[in-house]
Design a binder for this molecule. Structure first.
Ligand SMILES: Nc1nc2c(ncn2[C@@H]2O[C@H](COP(=O)(O)OP(=O)(O)OP(=O)(O)O)[C@@H](O)[C@H]2O)c(=O)[nH]1
Length: 312
């Protein structure tokens, strides 16, 4: 199979999705497999709102990773929509890989996800024990047994259980081999070299949101949305000195939150802008002028009209 070209028999292609409780390491694993930062990571739970696809290109196949938000008990309209998005994604992919972080015990949240997943019939499922670098070998062994027991308990045993560390790069290649082997034979779905089909605006919005969330300890984890209003190369610049103009709005729910985001005399917003600009530049390889405004969209998580406007 190795060495097959995208049109040859033996070439495999398809979709896989990482699921798991918030902070399980799904985005980091997607990035490690793709080899470039495409999905946002954050030490705050539930930040992955956009479905971002990372694409792993190999001589013997093409693996498209669909990065879904974490499933959680819905408390708002946004929460319900996110859960719908998660389950409909599961039914459309070839493999779902459930991530269980080694530094945390299996809990009711994991059981909920696995029993929801058991209802999706066609999809193959494997388990990934993530963050092995944070646990002792004994603890990892215990964790693998607990994952196995959970699969048995819900009546849908995992086809494989793979321990990995995305940050240390441990077993990431093996996981890629395994996922690829589970895909059907078929031609490449995306052109070679393409890493993601998410519009650049969405990636840029995620990077700005990531910068804005960073350091706001517990004040507003779920209350920030970013919309890129306009993005384009500035006219009149020579080809060797391009400048990308990005105009974005950062939405919060209340004026108290606006104060937190902006900071004393705008210091925090300036800092967010600088960090966001640097990560956009690193991602797109072009100098960026970032024009960032903070706006209030009152209770946007509960308002269908606002949700639509903000792209949910
Ligand atoms: N030490 C270690 N940390 C990791 C590893 N993978 C992820 N992390 C960290 O765990 C945290 C959560 O990782 P994410 O990849 O954002 O988790 P996620 O499952 O996508 O989270 P949500 O978007 O909230 O669902 C981040 O601080 C990561 O840096 C790993 O292999 N080792």
């Amino acid at each position: 199979m190795t060495g097959a070209t995208p049109s040859e028999p033996g070439f495999r292609s398809g979709f896989a999705s990482f699921v798991g409780r918030p902070n399980a390491g799904k985005s980091t694993l997607t990035n490690a497999l793709v080899g470039q930062k495409v999905a946002i990571t954050s030490d705050k739970p539930q930040t992955t709102r956009t479905v971002v696809r990372g694409i792993v290109h190999r001589p013997d196949g093409q693996l498209v990773l669909v990065d879904t938000p974490g499933l959680h008990r819905p408390r708002t309209l946004l929460g319900e929509r996110l859960n719908d998005l998660v389950t409909s994604t599961w039914a459309e992919v070839d493999v779902v890989a459930v991530c269980f972080p080694c530094d945390e015990k299996i809990g009711p949240g994991d059981r909920f996800i696995v029993s929801e997943l058991a209802k999706v019939k066609r999809t193959q499922r494997i388990a990934v024990a993530t963050k092995t670098d944070l646990a002792s070998p004994d603890r990892i062994g215990e964790h693998l047994l607990a994952i196995h027991a959970l699969g048995e308990e819900v009546g849908t045993p995992f086809a494989e259980i793979v321990p990995v560390s995305a940050t240390a790069g441990d077993q990431v290649g093996l996981l890629a081999d395994l996922l690829l082997g589970m895909l059907p034979e078929g031609p490449a779905l995306y052109p070679d070299g393409e890493l993601t089909d998410t519009p650049e605006e969405a990636i840029v919005a995620d990077l700005i949101r990531e910068a804005a969330l960073d350091g706001v300890r517990d004040e507003l984890p779920h209350s920030i949305a970013v919309v890129v209003e306009e993005m384009g190369l500035r006219e009149g610049r020579s080809a060797d000195r391009p400048l990308l103009d990005v105009h974005a709005n950062l939405f919060v729910e209340r004026s108290s939150q606006k104060g937190i985001v902006i900071g004393h005399r705008g210091a925090r917003l300036r800092d967010v802008g600088t960090r966001a600009r640097k990560s956009i530049e690193a991602m797109l390889g072009t100098p960026v002028y970032l024009d960032l405004h903070v706006k209030i969209a009152k209770d946007w998580q509960r308002d269908p009209r606002q949700l639509r406007r903000l792209g949910f």
